[in-house]
Design a protein around this ligand. Structure first.
Ligand SMILES: [Fe+2]
Length: 287
């Protein structure tokens, strides 16, 4: 196996390598190149529009789902790609919010995505505001059928929860972790009783660098695509320098230096879930 990791959590799963739209105009003689696990892949669409992928002379398994390309490095996926039932659902807007490089382990990016406690400090004026700093009690469980992590009943007071909000509101959240490097956030939308979905798909370039792809499946009849994209990029731009300033780019899974607080429940579950599957990729090994 030519890839820079032998972790089956990466090799035997479906990993994102960018939006499907990037295959427009490609062919086997004019492929697009992309990076995955330390290697350069060639991707293109054949005469009938099906995605193809190659590493050197080796053909890799690839599929196009949810507007993105997914590659299984070993060609032997242990399970199908996760479900994303909100994608393309009637009444929802699908907005690709673009791709941002982040120089840190993808595990840290997902952990940060799951963390509400940083909202009033890192996203002040948008997703939180002092003195509204309390993370109320919420539920976390692993779905026995899918092995996905779900955090439910999350609530947080937000001054400007989305591009469509111009005043403060208590916002309801649900988080879902489908794979070590993919997660979804569901939050109160402008349509009563419905939740917007925000997908975070991380493309692992290596143990310490990812490309973060974000995709909205939302209810919003007022904002333009540009406004929705600008909002997501503003939020991500606030997280990026903090993520990249970690003293250790890789995430430790053994114990925690900080005392866990209630707001950390999802993080504790995520780290345990990674330990239980023997995650090594992107992990800082104990000295
Ligand atoms: Fe954040």
């Amino acid at each position: 196996m030519p890839f820079t990791t032998d972790d089956p959590n990466m090799l035997d799963d479906w990993l994102v390598v960018g939006p499907s739209t990037t295959l427009a105009g490609t062919s086997d003689v004019h492929p697009r190149t992309t990076r995955l696990l330390g290697e350069t892949l060639h991707v293109w669409s054949n005469g009938s529009g099906a995605p193809q992928c190659r590493l050197g002379t080796q053909t890799l398994a690839v599929q196009s789902r949810y507007g993105y390309l997914w590659v299984c490095p070993s060609g032997k996926p242990t399970r199908p790609l996760f479900d994303f039932p909100e994608y393309g659902e009637q009444g929802r807007r699908m907005v690709d919010c673009g791709s941002i490089g982040v120089a840190v382990s993808g595990l840290r990016v997902i952990e940060n995505f799951l963390d509400m406690a940083h909202f009033p400090f890192v996203h002040a004026g948008f997703l939180g505001k002092v003195p509204h700093t309390e993370v109320a009690k919420y539920q976390v469980q692993v779905d026995p059928a899918t092995q996905e992590i779900w955090a439910t009943d999350c609530r947080f007071w937000q001054p400007r929860a989305s591009a469509a909000h111009d005043s403060g509101a208590e916002v309801t959240y649900k988080y879902r972790v489908m794979q070590p490097l993919t997660a979804m956030l569901y939050k109160s939308s402008h349509r009563a009783g419905e939740l917007d979905a925000i997908a975070l798909f991380l493309q692992p370039l290596d143990d310490e660098r990812v490309i973060a792809h974000t995709l909205l499946a939302c209810y919003d009849d007022t904002s333009t695509d540009a406004e929705l994209i600008a909002f997501q990029q503003t939020i991500f731009g606030q997280d990026k320098p903090i993520l990249e300033n970690h003293a250790f780019k890789r995430m430790p899974l053994e114990g925690r230096a900080e005392t866990p607080t209630r707001g950390d429940t999802t993080s504790v579950t995520y780290r345990r879930w990674l330990r239980e599957r023997g995650m090594r990729f992107g992990v800082r090994q104990a000295a």
